[in-house]
Design a binder for this molecule. Structure first.
Ligand code: GDP
Ligand code: IMO
Ligand code: MG
Length: 450
């Protein structure tokens, strides 16, 4: 298919941001892969290998963690922006997995010289802290994401470009490792990380990375100016955003659309359409409040057969950690917050097929909070934890929607459910996903064809 030109200029590209509107795992990878037919480049701008984006193409499954979900299309260049925290050993592991499937990665992957590096001590700190927190843990992916972002904000991080200044690299590493090893051994009952091994390993990985490293911000501007389209691929989801999510049960980056600019080095005028991905229900992996939850693995008393049904039918296990995901009804009040924070232009509703077997479907349309009714998710874990869901109830359609590719072929009750959601949030549903495979998709408005 052709690459569509921007609406307002025949000479510049049209850029779309794909954002998760829930707690991650909305199906971003599938949708990004589908849309990359229309783009020259796909850009990751935040997060790291805590992400797990699943692509199913002709029945074959690929799980991507750091590498953008455009990699399965040979014409697409994939970019890792400065806002990503990059673990070089994890990246090479992922590259090797893709190369074993005959996917050419290294000639199509560009890495920002300003991306922050994740070191073994970040991973050790993340895991040791979680152990120490015990029952109070966040439930992180244990990939060192939080500690690496902490070093960035504290201005002591090492970045990709520092790999090519070995003396500077060694001196900063020695100093920061001394500090982190003190915390690991004196405070977290953990073991110290060896300086020389860390240095040698990182510099060796840096040499392998070098051909892919560059000024990604300038490269993206060149693609855009040449009239080609880009896709900015969010990781995690709005409700895990470090500012806007259920703090402190969040990840350590801004996952919202606005961060596509800071995390890739592009200006806000370069973003033209924000596509919000939402499941037809909700899931969450890790701890933290979840008002419309149907199943709480930590509390058997709260187990609900419908929650178990959604988890089983939707195969709700973490793509990175394999942990079971908590499940619940779609939360429109949370979706409204996501739409507001991201400036969402259109929604893509995924996993509609998972609701096929249900007799009754509920939709959380607001909350009762401290004796009042509210229609939009408030900020912070404490207050969200006190929100009691208010539901609207719908009859289920009780027939298969799996693989349906046209709106008219959806059962009327499914159409009604979707139309009610669009009405409540005031944003159109541009796409619907009816199965994990690339082709199991209904298009109503193409984000690249406005
Ligand atoms: P991401 O992190 O947002 O990319 O999502 P994940 O890949 O972690 O999780 C989404 C899961 O749902 C994956 O296993 C996908 O293959 C699957 N999936 C995506 N869209 C659909 C859909 O419409 N129906 C079904 N049944 N599965 C889907
Ligand atoms: P994708 O991109 C779902 C969650 C973790 C934990 C919290 C903090 O596949 O949607 P971290 O390791 O980031 O410090 O963990 O964030 N989390 C995700 N949950 N999908 C993800 O990514 C996630 N990335 C992090 O479970 O609750
Ligand atoms: Mg995922």
């Amino acid at each position: 298919m052709s690459v569509f030109a921007a609406k307002n200029s025949p000479h510049a590209g049209h850029n779309v941001v794909v954002i998760g509107t829930q707690w991650g795992d909305e199906g971003k990878g599938k949708v990004v892969d589908w849309l990359t037919d229309h783009v020259a480049g796909v850009v990751r701008f935040q997060g790291g290998h805590n992400a797990g984006h699943t692509l199913i193409i002709g029945g074959e499954k690929t799980i991507l963690r750091l590498i953008p979900s455009g990699i399965m299309r040979p014409h697409v260049i994939c970019y890792i922006g400065n806002g990503v925290v990059l673990c070089p050993s994890a990246l090479f592991k992922e590259i090797a997995e893709l190369e074993a499937m005959d996917v050419d990665v290294q000639s199509r992957l560009r890495i920002s010289n300003a991306a922050t590096l994740i070191f073994p001590h970040h991973i050790a700190l993340d895991q040791a802290r979680e152990r120490k927190r015990g029952k109070e843990k966040i439930g992180t992916t244990g990939r060192g994401i939080g500690p690496a972002y902490e070093d960035k904000i504290a201005r002591r991080a090492l970045r990709v470009q520092d790999l090519y200044r070995p003396d500077y690299f060694a001196s900063v590493l020695r100093e920061t490792l001394e500090y982190h090893n003190f915390v690991l051994t004196h405070y977290l009952d953990s073991t110290a990380i060896d300086f020389q091994k860390t240095l040698d390993d990182m510099l060796a990985l840096g040499a392998r990375l070098q051909p892919m490293v560059g000024d990604v911000s300038s490269e993206l501007e060149a693609v855009y100016s040449a009239g080609k389209n880009l896709l900015f691929e969010g990781a995690q989801g709005t409700l895990l955003d470090v500012d806007h999510g259920t703090y402190p049960f969040v990840t350590s980056s801004n996952c919202v659309a606005g961060n596509a600019c800071a995390g890739a080095g592009v200006g806000p005028s370069r973003l033209h359409y924000i596509l919000g991905i939402t499941k037809a229900y909700c899931t969450r992996v890790g701890a933290g409040p979840f008002p419309s939850e149907l199943y709480d693995q930590d509390n058997p008393l709260k187990q609900d057969p419908i929650g178990v049904y959604l988890a089983k039918t939707g195969k709700e296990f973490g793509s990175v950690t394999g942990r079971p995901r908590r499940t619940g009804w779609l939360d429109v009040a949370a979706l409204k917050r996501a739409i507001q924070i991201n400036g969402i232009s259109g929604l893509c509703m995924t996993k509609l097929d998972v609701l096929d077997g249900l007799e009754t479907i509920k939709l959380c349309v607001g909350y009762r909070l401290d004796g009042e009714q509210i229609a939009i998710l408030p900020s912070g874990a404490d207050v969200v934890g006190r929100c009691e869901p208010i539901y609207e109830t719908f009859p289920g359609w009780r027939c298969s929607t799996v693989g349906i590719c046209r709106w008219e072929l959806l059962p009327e009750l499914a159409q009604r459910y979707l139309e009610r959601i669009a009405q409540l949030v005031g944003v159109e549903i541009a796409m619907i996903s009816t199965g994990p495979d690339r082709d199991e998709t209904i298009l109503r408005r193409h984000p690249y064809q406005l």
